[in-house]
Design a protein around this ligand. Sequence first.
Ligand code: FAD
Length: 464
Amino acid sequence: MAVYNYDVVVLGSGPAGEGAAMNASKSGLKVAVVDKRREVGGNCTHLGTIPSKALRHSVRQIMQYNTNPLFRQIGEPRWFSFPDVLKSAEKVIAKQVASRTGYYAHNRIDVFFGTASFADEHTIEVVCNNGAVEKLVAKQVIIATGSRPYRPADVDFNHPRVYDSDTILSLTHTPRRLIIYGAGVIGSEYASIFSGLGVLVDLINNRDQLLSFLDSEISDALSYHLRNQNVLIRHNEEYERIEGLDNGVILHLKSGKKIKADALLWCNGRTGNTDQLGLENIGIEVNSRGQIEVDQHYRTSVPNIYAAGDVIGWPSLASAAYDQGRSAAGNIAEHDSWRFIDDVPTGIYTIPEISSIGKTEQELTRAKIPYEVGKAFFKGMARAQISSEPVGMLKILFHRETLEVLGVHCFGYQASEIVHIGQAIMNQKGEANTLKYFVNTTFNYPTMAEAYRVAAFDGLNRLF
Ligand SMILES: Cc1cc2nc3c(=O)[nH]c(=O)nc-3n(C[C@H](O)[C@H](O)[C@H](O)COP(=O)(O)OP(=O)(O)OC[C@H]3O[C@@H](n4cnc5c(N)ncnc54)[C@H](O)[C@@H]3O)c2cc1C
């Protein structure tokens, strides 16, 4: 068994591991990364964010082709299969892996492919994918092993018609009807993808509203547009059992309903990848979802061991995971790149896309903050009309006395990009974070960003 010494060993090469490794290396520390896959990128690149976003993009293009009259000159609307659109996603994954592999090489970070576990708090054993066993001795360790779909014991995931958000990427046909169990972000995004391919989707929600953390108006808009795409949303439902058939599945709900479909996609919860880490050898405990508790410096209960990304739970986003990993490494290197990440924007790649930052109307009302609303509807905006993207709205919530921007909520074309303008303004100090910026600044025309100017004037018009 070969033994290697490092300042920092990072477990996992998803966004959290990458952010940690890059920052530690740039701080002059000797760094190794271990990942049990055969390529870097983590579940984010191989199973989560990247494939789902690439699938969505292809589906949006197909929808544009099928609905824009311009394209009728070159052909009638046509449907593409799930495996067809998956091929384009696979190309993106390969490009991402190539870029990320280059980052590790440029920063002289050693990468080991194998499963890591703690022998003690400074010693990691790696069972490599080629069968060899390596020993890595580290002053500090950052756990960034991510998460996987939660699989309850009473659901048979070995049945060929029962999928989760990992195994759905091995689907070799396009179902006519699909049940998606769980209407969180992942379930709602896959509902958009499959309904865009012409699949009849039943979206089963355990709650009474879709994505209840969103501003209610935006959540209502999502429900409306999913229904418009033929998604049947069933609120307040819970499964009793899932019956596998030779040619499909029957979902038995506690409410007594039975739903039959060609396949079922389980999107109900995730669990931290901690079970193979040997945490019992170092005294780190996990909660019922396999997640590790950390302090505001991303330090676990063992002083030289940090954790970041999905393995610590909320917000379980690639965006936040990268910064958490970077912060953990910044803390180890004792420089100013450390920060606690609690101001995360929401980016949801349903069709239409959704993004938000700051307070919702419901939160402001509960807190008795006197706010006002300014809106811009995309259907009236030149850039949206040129792009044939009339669905959407930008809503700015601002304090009616100080004009401070308190929240930005957006759905429709480019929503996840547009929101960052509002985020930048909200992060300013004094007068710079008020609605005045949007009316006193010349925006490119035509742009989607212009929605801020339109919404700001709309909001100011409501004041008296
Ligand atoms: C379908 C889907 C869509 C998503 N869309 C978005 C989105 O649009 N935007 C967004 O911000 N987030 C999105 N997410 C969430 C995002 O993918 C995760 O938040 C992100 O991947 C977390 O990064 P991470 O670095 O913590 O872990 P991961 O990306 O999960 O990577 C962890 C790595 O550690 C490895 N590992 C695990 N155990 C061990 C071990 N014992 N030894 C060695 N290696 C190990 C794993 O194999 C994996 O490669 C999505 C997730 C899913 C499932």
